[in-house]
Write a protein that binds this ligand. Structure first.
Ligand code: TRP
Length: 450
């Protein structure tokens, strides 16, 4: 067993790391594209409601379990109960979470690789090196494998340095940079012709679409993915939190910043699509819906950037840099899940564990890359559509039923002395026992049926 557990040095450190985990491709790519394919403002509205009614309470379950037990995903759940049968279930849930976190990283690294390759592509474009630019732009097994290994190596290099010197330091450097880049880009794009039409679609809800069944399941899936829930990411980050932090408030900041940045990314991407439309670039697919898949980020937007000359190339460079940074602060949180498990369960050094696990994950990414059509979509579905909600419901049940009420209250009161009189304590404990698991399961069943 490793001797010293890491800890975040301050509340700012924790918030940077946790929002770094939460804000990722899910916000900057997933959220705007889901919005585009689900009728704009209607999706935004449902998403925001679910993020606070469902995802925030589930986030709190993970943070509380983590900080209370100070353990990894596998070790934490059995500690909450004395009953041997429940301990076995807790352990199994934990192991399943570690596996799913690793699988999510294996496909996330592939998507990150596509995006990271666009950074040198933009540089080559600006420097007038057309052949190089098109090599970086076009997907090939060689390019994708190279950037995948590069991305995972960057991730591992940060995680190997530990909680404070790796995860916290890099998240608190990269997150403010990300915020500045996205604010700057949004300001530029909103001044371009056509942007206002996109803005209208994004902000004005079409209430006829709110009842659409896939809207609810997609919005929940999106909220769970965006807050990194279910697989123990937030549980592990919670386990590094200081006892003096106010849990409900800090968790609320994380949920707010995460939804805020997703919302901001929508203000950037949807108007950018309509700017592209104005330039004569196709933004509707054959069935008359807005283009939403990889083509949007990897074809439509680059075509737009190219059509804007040098300033467009610069915008493109910043845009893909932004996506790469967002992906990196998220991937470190995914890798931390199996790494903490290995550290606390076996005798192994952090850096050895990190590089070994990252290599294993790279092997899975390669397997996916080489069998792309069979595996890519299935791995995403198995992990995010089915496993994440199930695991999320399990974590809510453990926090609500296994963790004793007195312990729960004393955990929340540490860092928030007036907890017992507060609104959170009045609502959350029964909410997490009944409402959250039931809602998640209803939506999960919907998911399985569609
Ligand atoms: N939340 C991140 C995003 O929006 C991705 C992420 C990080 C994640 N850790 C996770 C998703 C754990 C699921 C589970 O891109």
């Amino acid at each position: 067993m490793s001797s010293e557990r890491g800890q975040f040095s301050s509340r700012f450190g924790f918030i940077s790391a946790a929002t770094g985990s939460a804000v990722g491709l899910g916000n900057i790519w997933g959220f705007p594209t889901q919005t585009a394919s689900h009728g704009g403002g209607a999706f935004v509205l449902v998403y925001l409601i679910l993020a606070f009614l469902l995802a925030y309470p589930a986030l709190m379950a993970e943070l509380i379990i983590g900080r209370h037990t100070r353990h990894n995903m596998v070790g934490a759940l059995p500690q909450l109960t004395q009953r041997p049968a429940l301990q076995v279930i807790g352990r199994a849930t934990g192991l399943y979470g570690v596996l799913i976190a690793s699988l999510i990283l294996s496909f996330y690294a592939i998507v990150a690789a596509w995006l990271m390759a666009q950074v040198p592509a933009a540089v080559a474009n600006i420097g007038g090196q057309q052949p190089a630019a098109s090599w970086f732009t076009q997907s090939s097994l060689l390019r994708d494998s190279l950037f995948c290994v590069l991305f995972l190596a960057l991730t591992a290099a940060i995680v190997a340095r530990g909680v404070k010197d790796g995860i916290e330091r890099w998240s608190s450097r990269l997150m403010p940079a990300l915020l500045l880049l996205i604010l700057g880009l949004t300001a530029v794009v909103l001044t371009l012709p056509g942007a206002m039409e996109g803005l209208r679609l994004y902000l004005v809800p079409d209430f006829s679409l709110i009842a659409h069944p896939s809207l609810l399941t997609s919005a929940m899936g999106q909220a769970f993915f965006s807050l990194s829930l279910g697989v123990g990411t937030m549980l592990v980050y919670g386990s590094y939190m200081s006892k003096t932090d106010n849990l409900p408030l800090t968790g609320a900041y994380v949920a707010l910043i995460d939804s805020g940045i997703a919302f901001l990314a929508g203000l950037l991407i949807i108007p950018a699509m309509f700017v592209a439309h104005q330039q004569g670039i196709e933004i509707y697919s054959a069935d008359n819906t807005l283009i939403a898949g990889p083509d949007l980020i990897l074809k439509t937007l680059p075509t737009l950037f190219n059509s804007l000359g040098l300033s467009g190339a610069l915008i493109g460079l910043v845009f893909f840099l932004l996506l790469s940074i967002a992906a990196l602060t998220s991937s470190i949180s995914m890798l931390e899940v199996p790494v903490t498990y290995a550290l606390e369960q076996f005798t192994i050094s952090r850096s050895r564990a990190t590089w070994l696990i990252a290599s294993g994950i790279f092997a899975i990414s390669l397997l996916i890359l080489f069998n792309f059509d069979e595996l890519f979509g299935s791995v995403i579905n198995i992990t995010t559509k089915y496993s994440q909600p199930l695991l999320g419901a399990m974590l809510c049940l453990f926090a609500g039923w296994a963790l004793h009420r007195d312990k729960l209250l004393s955990e929340i009161s540490a860092g928030y002395s007036a907890a017992e009189q507060g609104l959170f304590w009045k609502i959350w404990p029964s909410y997490i026992r009944f409402v959250c698991p039931v809602l998640v399961i209803i939506i999960f069943v919907q998911n399985v049926r569609t």
